[in-house]
Design a protein around this ligand. Structure first.
Ligand code: ATP
Ligand code: MG
Length: 386
């Protein structure tokens, strides 16, 4: 680790880090753990439970579920039972039901070959494997609303919520399936059978208050910053920005602000994060695009997005046609030594991710972010990657 006056450990602000403590989500963790807490006593008789977690962006849904499942793994461990939890993020994994089940099988039963199996066989093998090895599993399907919007393969919900019906006379060793979504909008895309197995009562997460965001950032900052490098004035400022209507309590944005403000303080040698660092960074980055969202994009996504940015800039209009974007995309692909890509698919996907706004093939623009905000972020990403 490099010496820094500001940071003790920068990676503790990264979206990939799962903190040990999640202030103001203890009740939700308990609620989830409680559903399964009797399972270790008599696991084979314990039924399959389906849960849903619903709430806005960046308010701790994924972290809370992951932390709860870690606690449950320990709880099972205390009874000398093996519980495996598998996390599948639809935005990252993408793909169809087949790819998802293969991923499941590879995680739970790595020694079984998934090649050449049908989707149904994969699930059957998975259940058999768990039973034969006396192991239990929990499955997390994250960003389910994104999946339903982008490929409509709702069969996954139907299959996974009925895993206990595959072999009715035998116990089902998958004890829980938990779906995470930003809102309940996706219900309207499901049919009656899917809706009924999903269970209609979701666990709803509400946005944090300003005081709660302050507490959360206090605990995150204690892990990431040197104690003298950041004060409660800065934390409170970030908390107040974060709970504004524009950011809507998205803690991911708050962590980005802390990270970038810390970087700025580091590079100008001030030895301490100041309110001005926060203000400056908040003026440059934008809540509608977080670093995590950019990191989730493939190279082809980035080229498509950058091509759109260039087309918008050169036309000086809020919307441009697909033809224009194509032109810039092939130029960019040339520059980067990449093969030509079919940008239409990527733009569609960026539309589903709410980064791009497609009104029609003749009117494509940006969704929330403005050019001035998006361009520097993309440029940084491009320079970093090449
Ligand atoms: N209570 C908390 N304590 C500490 N960190 C938190 C807390 N809530 C959220 N975070 C942090 O904020 C970031 C966003 O949280 P998380 O990914 O769990 O949100 P989410 O609700 O799943 O958002 P999305 O809908 O965008 O997926 C993560 O880096 C997480 O560690
Ligand atoms: Mg999440």
């Amino acid at each position: 680790m490099s010496e820094s006056a500001i940071f003790k450990n920068k990676s503790k602000l990264s979206p990939r880090y799962l903190p040990e403590e999640l202030p103001h989500r203890q009740a939700q963790i308990q609620q989830i753990v409680h559903v399964f807490s009797d399972a270790p006593k008599d696991p084979d008789r314990f039924p399959l439970n389906v849960l849903q977690v619903i709430g806005a962006a960046g308010i701790g849904k994924t972290s809370t579920v992951l932390r709860s499942f870690k606690n449950l793994e320990e709880l099972f461990g205390k009874s000398r039972l093996t519980l495996k939890s598998v996390y599948i993020n639809m935005k990252l994994q993408g793909g169809n039901k087949f790819a998802i089940y293969r991923f499941l099988l590879e995680h739970i039963a790595p020694e079984l070959p998934a090649q050449g199996l049908s989707a149904e066989e994969m699930l059957r093998f998975l259940l058999q494997y768990l039973r034969q090895n006396s192991q239990y599993a929990l499955i997390i399907i994250d960003e389910i609303d994104y999946m339903i919007k982008s490929n409509k393969d709702t069969g996954i919900i139907y299959d996974l919520t009925r895993l206990n019906e595959y072999e009715l006379d035998k116990p089902c060793n998958v004890k829980g399936v938990i779906f995470i979504a930003r809102s309940m909008e996706f219900y309207s895309k499901l049919d009656a059978a899917e809706l009924s197995t999903l269970g209609r009562v979701p666990i709803e997460f509400h946005p944090y208050t300003m005081q709660q965001v302050s507490d959360i950032l206090e605990s995150r900052a204690a892990e990431a910053f040197n104690p003298k490098a950041i004060g409660s004035d800065v934390i409170d400022k970030v908390a107040s920005i974060t709970t504004s209507a524009e950011v809507n309590s998205d803690v991911r944005y708050a962590l980005d602000l802390l990270l970038y403000a810390g970087n700025l303080a580091e590079s100008d040698g001030s030895g301490r994060v100041m309110l001005d660092h926060v203000r400056k960074v908040h003026g440059q980055i934008h809540p509608s695009i977080t670093t995590e969202e950019i990191e989730q994009l493939s190279k082809n996504h980035l080229v498509s997005l950058m091509a759109l940015v260039r087309a918008l800039r050169s036309k000086k209009k809020p919307y441009v046609g697909l033809k224009d974007v194509r032109l810039y995309a092939s130029e960019l692909a040339d520059q980067l030594g990449m093969k030509k890509i079919d940008i239409e698919d990527y733009l569609d996907d960026l539309n589903a991710r709410k980064l791009v706004d497609i009104k029609s093939l003749k009117a494509i623009g940006l969704h929330g972010a403005s050019l001035a905000e998006l361009e520097p972020i993309l440029m940084r990403k491009f320079k970093g990657e090449k």
